[in-house]
Structures are given as C-alpha cells and as structure tokens.
Design a protein around this ligand. Structure first.
Ligand SMILES: Nc1ncnc2c1ncn2[C@@H]1O[C@H](COP(=O)(O)OP(=O)(O)O)[C@@H](O)[C@H]1O
Ligand SMILES: [Mg+2]
Length: 268
C-alpha cells in the first residue's frame, strides 16, 4: 500500500511503521527559535532510545525543505542499524496541528524534529506537545531567544513540566557555568546534564546513528544520561494530551514577550 493511504498526514515514510493498536502516542518535540542548536541530533538520539525501549516510535520530520531527520533515518536503514527507527515527513503547513492529532494514533511515542521557527508555529507546537525540549548552545546569542521563548510559553499557559532547555554544543565547563547562571538570573533552569560539542556526535549523525550509540564509553554515558532525563520528564508529563488540544483552529498564537527579556548584560 502506498505510504500516504493508511497514514494520510505522512507525505513519505522510511521503514515499516510498527503500530500499537489503540495506542495514543506521547508527543515529544525538539524545537526552538534558532537553527543549529541540535534539535535534529537530539530528536534522532531520543528516537533511537525510544525504539530500544521497544516502543512503537515514529520520528516525525516537520522540515520538508531540509529533511534532516528523514534522511538520517534513510541512512540508518541503509546501514542496517538496530533498533530500526521509522521516520515520516509531514508538511507542517497542511494542518493547523501539524497533522500530529491523527498521526499519533496507533503509536506509543512520536518524536518531532521541528525546524527553527522563530514565529508562532513554535508556540502552536508547544501547545500540543506533551513535552517540548529546547536545545541551546551555552552562548548569549542562543540563550536570549531561548529565554524569550520560555517566557512566551509560560505566557501561553504551558506548565514548567512540559518544556525544558537542554544544553548542547558545550565546549568547556566554564561556559556551562556561565550559561546556567545566565538562565538562573532569568528565573529559568536547564536540564542538569548537557551534551558536549564533539566530532564523534557529528560522525554518528552522518551515518544514521543516535548519540547513545557512541563507541566511546564516556560519550555514550553522557548521551544516555541526557536521554534518561528527557525520558523521565516525558513520563512525568502524565497521559497524552487530550484530543481537544489538537483542535487549534480557533486558538490564536502570537509572540508577545517584551524585548527586555534576556536583555544584554553590561559585563560578563
Ligand atoms: N554536540 C554536538 N557536537 C558536535 N556537533 C554537533 C553537536 N550537536 C549538533 N552538531 C552538529 O551541528 C549541526 C546542527 O545540528 P542539528 O542537530 O542539525 O541542529 P538543528 O536541528 O537544531 O538545526 C549538525 O551538523 C550536527 O551534526
Ligand atoms: Mg534540524
């Protein structure tokens, strides 16, 4: 059967989708206003771990232009890595809920890799996701939009249990300390573990592997610790969002945060 018939929201599918009859997937989204923060890297890594935990998981790529995660899944399939990770491509413009309301039916976990939208689409995605992870580089350039977005999400009524910042691209303990202090001053915190910037992560991603599949024990440990923290948050987020949540037509989303949120500091 052609891909789109059984799963109308999916424009294309990699791999054989394994379903859990009657299941309603938890939706975890990796998102944020910036590009290059590691949304795709962490989404892929999380999808691998979810598949390893024998969940029926779909990695949903909402970036129909770049298709980073879709192509990553193709590489994984070609290289025959286990566990298999199925991926699907959705055109986010085709549905107000990005097609996730129907796409989540019949699966346990839906891992969404979002483009770096710096508009209300990120808020819309946050409204329907059970958990939204915002990867961030520990630099002011990344922290400021992330802080603003977190304030936006709060203003939108998203509880703290449903969004979280995860540091990625960490190059030194020093910059991590700086970034954690910067967040604290804005009344925010990130996950207590972080991911270093390492060539190894790029190499894994290039061939369709997840970050927890690193051969180097310390790298594998760091990646696993991050994934365990994220998974714990997803579990603690409670049962999947109700169907009502996905009916977004009537809702209005707009960015409102004052530009002073996360404003530049005189000295650092
Ligand atoms: N921790 C890391 N160490 C090394 N390279 C990384 C790391 N995280 C991401 N990258 C690389 O940075 C680039 C952007 O990452 P990606 O996950 O595609 O970000 P996004 O999806 O947020 O745009 C990719 O080339 C990726 O391989
Ligand atoms: Mg990406």
């Amino acid at each position: 059967m052609p891909a789109g018939l059984k799963f109308p929201a999916f424009q294309a599918i990699v791999g054989d989708l394994v379903e859990t009859p009657g299941a309603v997937a938890k939706v975890i989204a990796f998102a944020g206003h910036k590009g290059g923060t590691g949304k795709s890297l962490l989404a892929q890594g999380f999808a691998v771990q979810a598949a390893r935990n024998s969940h029926s998981v779909v990695l949903v790529d909402l970036d129909i232009d770049q298709q980073t995660s879709f192509e990553w899944a193709q590489a994984r399939l070609l290289n025959k890595y286990k566990p298999k990770v199925c991926a699907a491509l959705i055109d986010p413009a085709a549905h107000s809920d990005f097609g996730l309301g129907t796409a989540r039916l019949g699966f346990d976990v839906m891992v969404v890799d979002a483009p770096g939208w710096s508009d209300e689409r990120t808020l819309r995605l946050a409204a329907i996701a059970d958990l939204m992870v915002l990867p961030a580089t520990p630099t002011v350039a990344d922290l400021r939009p992330t802080i603003r977005l977190m304030h936006e999400l709060k203003g939108q009524g998203i509880p703290d249990s449903r969004d979280v910042i995860a540091f990625n691209h960490v190059r030194a303990a020093r910059e991590l300390t700086f970034a954690r202090t910067y967040l604290k001053e804005a009344g925010l915190a990130a996950l207590p573990k972080s991911i270093r910037e390492l060539l190894g992560y790029r190499t894994l991603q290039n061939v369709g592997r997840g970050i927890t599949e690193a051969a180097v024990a310390t790298v594998k440990k760091e990646a696993k610790e991050m994934m365990v923290l994220i998974d714990k948050m997803l579990q603690e987020a409670g049962p999947p969002q109700t169907e009502e949540r996905f009916k977004l037509e009537e809702e209005r989303f707009s960015l409102t945060a004052s530009p002073s949120a996360g404003k530049p500091k005189k000295r650092r």
